[in-house]
Design a protein around this ligand. Sequence first.
Ligand SMILES: [Zn+2]
Length: 452
Amino acid sequence: MGDFDALLDGSLPRAMGVADVFRLRHVELRPGASAAVGEWVSARVGGPVLVVADVRTRAAAGAPVLDSLARAGVDAVLHIVPDSHNGESPSADSDAVERVQAALRGAAAKGAVAVGSGTVTDLTKMAATRELVPWVSVPTAPSMNGYTSAIAAILVRGVKRTLPAHQASAVFADLDVLSRAPAQLVQAGFADLSSKPFSNACWILSSVFASEPYRADAAKLLDGPFRRLLAAAEGVGARSAAAMEQLANTVLLSGCSMALAGTSSPASGGEHLVSHYWDMVEHAAHRPVRALHGLQVGVATVLSARLYEKVLAFDWSKASLDDLSAQQPADGRALEALVRSRHPALPTDIVDELVVQSLGKFAPPPVVRARLAAIAEQWSSLQSRLSQSVLGAEEMVRALRAVGAPTQASDLGVDLPTLRHTVLVCRDIRQRYTILDFANDLGILAPFCASL
Ligand SMILES: [Zn+2]
């Protein structure tokens, strides 16, 4: 548990000036951890509490949690999040958040316990945040990093929003439960984390090009665990106990690094925009998303790795900064027209938002030229920082294959024209500067997409 020491004793959050938002006080990562929930809740939260689950996660870990609360004398009210109308797993939308809030008020709950993975966790986290009660996480799959993050992904009127939310006060990650998680969820957790070296490199780019603060401490928190996880890929595929512990450990630290940084940048760069764009297009067409977030991110990470290889090999001696900057939209109006023309699958109100996001990082050609000239001057230093962060595409493919995760867009049912279009335009959805913007400034994004 050494990785969590400096976090839980508060020294790292204090050093980084985020002690008040960093709410996590207790992490138990071991076989049988779910049976320890009651004692902790009794001592730190009291009762009654609302236990939130869906039918699957209730079956996975509901019994040990409810038993332990009962043994500790804590009254518990169970709230089952219903499946969607079409019988699919529930989605984390704003109506579902309000139903959990109503259940919290109805039970006069002093806190909430989320027994689940992505959806149940995000719903509980958001509802507890709004009702100003603490919440405790009992993860049922090592599939995403929201157990320890301070944001929740909620669908608001059809658009996925990342909203600020309170961190869990405690996490009881029961390795007996996590080891039984469905294979896809395990693969998704690993694949989502595989983006880490590339998100970090995008964070470096954003700090250089858009002055976003880069927090080396938050970035460093994940370095060692990530390397150990990558080395354990085969073990994750075979579900060895040690590898599953490493996966769960890295998942929890990944959420903490976002909470410390105060942004999703440590775990979400250009590769995430590819996955988000696929989701937005599917939502707009009233189709279910193509695959779990993490599985999509894994495929996008391989693409990002290939794009970083191109960018890191960029030959500045052959580049004309005048030509490169002249390829950019002349002004905000030209950019707006461009953005409005290239998202035919998205509804107008969403494209309006993309215009806002794109304008937020727009630089007119003279500024792009000056920026590129400055980068050319210090290229070797930026190149070496980026190289130290990223890994090769083939290494990522090997690791994803070892856990059984998809590595190609075609594995997700994405055809080639859709893939090329997504990689070319998905940078419009977020103001954050990423490798996609840098490659575009260097004039290599369009040829890269054409070469896919
Ligand atoms: Zn992710």
